[in-house]
Design a protein around this ligand. Structure first.
Ligand code: CMP
Length: 381
């Protein structure tokens, strides 16, 4: 089936899709409207519940309707323009995604209120839920989602182990305390509340053992609780570190594979080199190296340009070029001053990793040496 080409739909997609992040003035306006609607929706829901400010309630419906109008246009626009992503069944995929569900839920109370009275609670709960829309604007929230997805299995295993422990400790405490406190430890389900509060070491104090054995067992449960809560915390901490490392690696990989010197290398060698290189963003006009300074790294230009201050006239190096190799090869000081001609993305190769690269990949080392020999330059002792 031929793809329908619609400039209006393409524009709508460009204005709404998270992947189409080209910042036009209209896009900024659309983002500002959606963010204002989120603020109105959340603010309205929270202000509404202030008991000392009843007059605020004359304003909160205005905030709710403003938010509902913006969210309705946004939702309709997203459904309509989804096929522009080029994915198969894009509309269905959007509607079944978490973001799609949040976008739909955000408009439901207002739509329902058009046909039947809707309780304030619906606006309050949904109003606060619209905070989840911020995930499109805050990559950190996406990171949380990715970590939870990656670590779902170990987290599920830890949660299952904790649930089993919870049931066991609650049952044991019920058996120990039921005679001394029949009204408090009424049943095993009632004791589960004690189990959760104790294992989480929160200790509200509304249910507490009074027998000696009960207190001893309660103390052990607290220690067990601290140890078992450390497990999911550890899984999440390593999950975050791992995901950040993976994302950095993907960025570095893409940058490395674009450097001509590394083109033609197989994936395994690019992976090894990507681990040695660290991305660095340098603002325009900033000093990267000064003639006469000691050298501790060389640089590959992943994007942008730098100016090498050599006589008779400066040389400009661009995307794919490298510099800073001479001082490392000659074990000398920087032969020239290097300044970023524009905002530049560099891949930094530290001196120890430079020597490792030369040792493990002699062909790359020879190519670097050939370029350095062509450049000549006066080594600074
Ligand atoms: P290094 O001496 O470590 O630091 C300055 C860098 O500028 C140098 O390595 C080279 O990478 C680069 N450079 C020096 N002279 C030239 C040149 N004539 N042409 C291009 N690059 C140069």
């Amino acid at each position: 089936m031929a793809r329908v080409v619609s400039p209006a739909r393409r524009t709508a997609y460009g204005l709404l899709a998270a992947s189409a992040r080209r910042l036009t003035p209209l896009r900024v306006l659309v983002d500002a409207a959606i963010l204002a609607a989120i603020a109105a929706s959340v603010g309205g829901a929270m202000l509404e519940t202030l008991p000392d400010l009843p007059e605020i309630r004359t304003w909160t419906p205005v905030l709710d309707w403003f938010a509902a109008a913006v969210f309705t246009v946004e939702f309709a626009g997203r459904v309509w323009s989804a096929p522009e992503s080029g994915e198969p069944h894009a509309r269905r995929a959007y509607l079944l995604s978490l973001q799609g569900a949040v976008d739909l839920i955000a408009v439901l109370p207002a739509w329902a209120a058009l046909v039947a009275p809707v309780g304030r609670e619906a606006f309050e709960i949904v109003g606060v839920l619209t905070l989840l829309k911020l995930a499109r604007y805050l990559p950190a929230l996406g990171l949380v989602g990715a970590v939870l997805r990656n670590e779902a299995r170990p987290l599920f295993a830890a949660a299952t182990a904790m649930a089993v422990m919870l049931v066991i400790v609650s049952t044991v405490m019920y058996v120990i305390e039921r005679e001394a406190q029949p009204a408090t430890f009424r049943s095993i389900p009632h004791s589960l509340w004690w189990g959760i509060v104790t294992m989480a070491t929160v200790g509200y104090g509304d249910m507490a053992p009074v027998t000696g054995l009960g207190k001893l067992f309660g103390g052990l449960t607290m220690l067990l609780g601290v140890a078992s809560f450390a497990v999911p915390a550890g899984i999440l901490a390593t999950g975050f570190a791992e995901e950040l490392r993976r994302r950095d690696f993907v960025v570095t990989w893409n940058m490395v594979s674009r450097v001509p010197l590394f083109q033609g290398l197989d994936a395994a060698r690019i992976a090894v080199i990507a681990r040695l290189l660290k991305p660095q963003l340098v603002p325009a006009h900033s000093l990267i190296a000064r003639r006469g300074d000691a050298a501790d790294a060389m640089f590959f230009i992943a994007s942008g340009a730098v100016e090498i201050d050599v006589a008779p006239q400066p040389v400009v190096l661009k995307t794919g070029d490298f510099f800073g190799e001479m001082a490392l090869l000659r074990e000398a000081r920087r032969s020239a001053t290097v300044i970023a001609a524009e905002e530049t993305r560099l891949l930094v190769l530290e001196a120890t990793d430079f020597r490792r690269l030369l040792r493990d990949h002699p062909d790359i080392g020879q190519a670097i040496e050939r370029v350095a020999a062509d450049r000549g330059g006066t080594p600074t002792a």
